[in-house]
Design a protein around this ligand. Structure first.
Ligand code: NAP
Ligand code: MG
Length: 405
């Protein structure tokens, strides 16, 4: 069989621990035998980030800007415990995802991978719910402190023109905690554009929720910006029969639970963090959640939503064949290959990405899966619990049949 050619390389960002092991298996078993794989390789493994002073992460993000499509393996974000585990670390390096996000200025879209044999906890969810999480600011870029005595806290803005604006936050009679948060119009606007663009691209309705009844100015501004940006997409939405609607976050939660799914739910940073865990858990598992970062410049970075699965990696190092679920990482590759195919007008590559997804889903539908999914399958269905290696081999067999048939 002739391998499918590629014209533009994918930006490949390798990562850490168990997912790095899966990464290799996926490439060797599911991609390289069928595609003449072209990638520009960046090793974002923690030790290589350390050796390069994290320059490799910046280079990988810049390459994504240049080529347009990247696929990323999960990576370790060092914390205190990791600093002890890796004494050679020169610094507590920042989260690679955060670094990449700040260079690409993107929005993250997360959607569950659905299979018939696993029913969501919420019975009426028959279609995926995609969470669009604003990835900048609010509490994630806030300052906070604690005070012990009675007093008054004020917040002051000093404009470059010399203008000054001061408000009293609160006068307190005893110990208190304080927090100052912000967001930027530019970031909110690009978030809105990414959401409307993604809705058009994937032909799904868009919901947006905040708490503008309480945060009248702050959240109210998010709402205004979305309404303003929607004007540019209104005609396209109408043509495609799509709707955009805004509602309060608490009302949105109630509606989402009662819905059948099949839409994008745009959330502010914190809401998106919490709601994406709720949605993925209710659909089945974090290991079945895809994630794509879409930049306003039209660049795409695909990854799995889960981490490096450290607990499994420890067992792997002791010689265990682990049963770690590779599906979300496979879908990161297939998503990137499909997008690359679309941009390069390569139907063969696009079709291959589709076949890889089909083969993975068919394998799951046949009851062959990793251990994490076994308990989620409907009672009565036949199930085989496989190791990662066995599972990937089962997908390969189906993929060969699909591509030859
Ligand atoms: P995690 O790697 O997502 O794993 C948490 C637990 O979820 C695992 O121990 C496992 O449960 C289950 N799990 C997650 N993915 C699975 C899969 N593919 N197959 C089977 N089970 C899966 O999160 P973590 O342990 O909190 O974080 C580990 C490292 O990942 C950290 O260093 C963190 O910085 C990094 N991280 C990276 C990213 C990223 O690069 N995007 C995201 C999150 C975390 P059981 O052990 O019960 O089987
Ligand atoms: Mg979270």
């Amino acid at each position: 069989m002739n391998k499918i050619p590629m014209t533009t390389p994918l930006v490949e960002m390798d990562g850490d621990e168990m997912t790095r092991v899966l990464w290799r298996m996926i490439k060797d078993e599911l991609i390289k035998p069928f595609v003449d794989l072209k990638t520009e390789y960046y090793d974002l493994g923690l030790l290589h980030r350390n050796e390069t002073g994290d320059q490799v992460t910046v280079n990988a993000a810049n390459a994504t800007k240049q080529y347009g499509v990247a696929v990323k393996c999960a990576t370790i974000t060092p914390n205190k415990q990791r600093m002890e585990e890796y004494p050679q670390l020169k610094k507590m390096w920042k989260s690679p995802n955060g670094t990449i996000r700040s260079i690409l200025d993107g929005t993250i879209f997360r959607a569950p991978i659905l299979v018939n044999v696993i029913k969501p906890v919420v019975k009426n969810w028959t279609k995926p719910i995609t969470i669009a999480r604003h990835a900048y600011g609010d509490v994630y870029k806030s300052v906070d402190f604690k005070t012990e005595e009675p007093g008054e806290c004020t917040m002051t803005f000093k404009g470059v023109s010399g203008s000054v604006k001061t408000v009293i936050v609160k006068k307190v009679a005893g110990p208190a905690v304080w927090q100052g948060a912000h967001n930027k119009e530019r970031s909110i606007r690009s978030f809105a554009h990414a959401c409307f663009h993604f809705a058009v691209n994937t032909r799904q309705d868009l919901w947006f929720s905040t708490k503008d009844t309480i945060a009248k100015v702050y959240d109210g501004f998010f709402k205004e910006v979305f309404e303003d940006v929607f004007e540019e997409y209104k005609a396209q939405f109408k043509k495609l029969g799509l709707t955009y609607f805004y509602t309060l976050i608490d009302d949105a939660v109630a509606r989402v639970i009662r819905s059948e799914g099949g839409f994008i739910w745009a959330c502010k940073n914190y809401d998106g963090d919490v709601m994406s865990d709720m949605v993925s858990t209710a659909f089945g598992s974090l290991a079945m959640m895809t994630s794509v970062l879409v930049s306003p410049g039209g660049q795409y970075e695909y990854e799995a939503a889960h981490g490096t699965v450290t607990r499994h990696y420890r067992r792997y190092l002791e010689g265990d064949e682990t049963s770690t679920n590779p599906v979300a990482t496979i879908f990161a590759w297939s998503g990137a290959l499909k997008k690359r195919g679309e941009l390069d007008r390569s139907t063969a590559l696009e079709k291959f990405g589709g076949a890889l997804e089909r083969a993975s889903l068919d394998t799951l539908e046949a009851g062959m899966m990793t251990r994490d999914l076994v308990g989620l399958v409907e009672k009565g269905a036949a199930v085989h619990s496989l190791t990662s290696k066995e599972f990937i081999c089962a997908i390969r067999k189906r993929l060969e049949t699909l591509l030859n048939g």
